[in-house]
Design a protein around this ligand. Structure first.
Ligand SMILES: [Zn+2]
Ligand SMILES: [Zn+2]
Length: 350
């Protein structure tokens, strides 16, 4: 059996093809041949059925970055074998990583150049940004990475009771001591509420923070298509190490917040004394999907600074180090390392 059957080869010259966000297809970097990628649909997975299922994905090679701790999987295209989060190239191979296989993907729509364009105006106005950070802020140092995410759906039914307070004022005292004071009248409410949730995105990333990601949201979850590795050609993907259970626990927090807000919106009150809810979650489904982000990352004085761009909408957010002394460490392609990876790929292909 041939081992490395996945990588799409150029029909004219035999080179590995890479994904082009402009055409949503593959292209050959050598002879510029094109090849279409046909979209496939994705079906929602059952949460309870898949909770315990974990497979070794030996088609994808995982690497760990000793510089920033990022764990990524690369497809075969060698030029992306640098850590997408900090650009270090001394990433280390990991063996037999277990995890869920993705079923969905939102392919990149923004090219590297378009992502850089988005950042050009941002960096231009950063007068106090560290020189090295500004100097390295170039299109070629932007890395395209797919971040693993769960999209959860669930029906919910909630029984709740709450103690709410309404303020009122009374006049007390007499003569010079006559004044108004605010008091609270407490009352109890009970009710039930049904609500269906769809596509709550929970990013399963360790490298980027949820608050960073919220700055570049939203993603067009309705465009989710079936996972195909062709979309990863020339890109990398962060390895998922957040469990499905942890993901659902985070989704519950979001659902519970919404339920509480909607239940309380039925009443007129000034203050919430307590809110107790008993919620049943049913028909829980999920997608484990990859979402695209362009990253320019730079480590300065042991802190990571990143500029990130939503690979679907171009919405961006960044933090930069203030100009002072030391250089920022961006480690560029080490030839010896690239040679090792090349050897590895050719061995697999043989
Ligand atoms: Zn070619
Ligand atoms: Zn790194």
């Amino acid at each position: 059996m041939e081992k490395d059957t996945h990588i799409s080869k150029c029909e004219s010259c035999g080179a590995d093809m890479i994904y082009n966000p402009k055409t949503l297809g593959l292209y050959c970097p050598y002879c510029e041949s094109q090849k279409a990628i046909n979209k496939i649909p994705t079906t929602i997975r059952d949460y309870h059925l898949e909770r315990e299922r974990s497979v070794v994905d030996d088609e994808m090679q995982a690497y760990k970055c000793p510089n920033c701790g990022g764990e990524v999987v690369f497809d075969a295209y060698v030029t992306s074998t640098a850590c997408p989060f900090c650009s270090a190239t001394n990433v280390v191979k990991l063996k037999n990583q277990k995890g869920l296989k993705p079923d969905g993907i939102l392919p990149f729509l923004y090219t590297k150049e378009m992502a850089f364009e988005a950042g050009k105006n941002w960096i231009k106005k950063k007068f106090f940004a560290l020189g090295a950070f500004k100097k390295n802020f170039k299109a070629e140092n932007f890395n395209g990475v797919y971040v693993p995410s769960y999209f959860f759906s669930s029906n919910t039914y909630t029984k709740y009771h709450a103690r709410l307070g309404k303020h009122y004022t009374v006049t007390v005292g007499s003569g010079k001591n006559r004044r108004t004071v605010t008091k609270t009248r407490w009352f109890t409410v009970r009710g039930e509420l049904s609500r269906d949730f769809k596509d709550i995105i929970i990013e399963a990333t360790r490298q980027l923070t949820q608050s960073e990601l919220h700055k570049i949201n939203p993603y067009d979850t309705e465009s989710l298509e079936g996972y195909q590795r062709d979309y990863l050609a020339g890109f990398s993907a962060e390895r998922n190490d957040a469990s499905l259970d942890q993901g659902f626990a985070n989704a519950k927090v979001i659902m519970d917040d919404t339920i509480q807000r909607e239940a309380l919106s039925r009443y007129s009150y000034d203050v919430v004394g307590s809110f107790n809810a008993d919620t049943t979650y049913s028909n829980i489904g999920f997608h484990y999907a990859l979402i695209p982000i362009w990253v320019f990352g730079c480590k300065h004085k042991d802190k990571m600074y990143r500029y990130i761009v939503n690979g679907r909408t171009g919405r961006s957010y960044g933090k930069y180090p203030i100009s002072a002394g030391k250089v920022c460490t961006i480690v560029f392609a080490v030839l010896a390392f690239v040679a090792t990876v090349l050897a590895l790929i050719y061995t697999q292909g043989a």
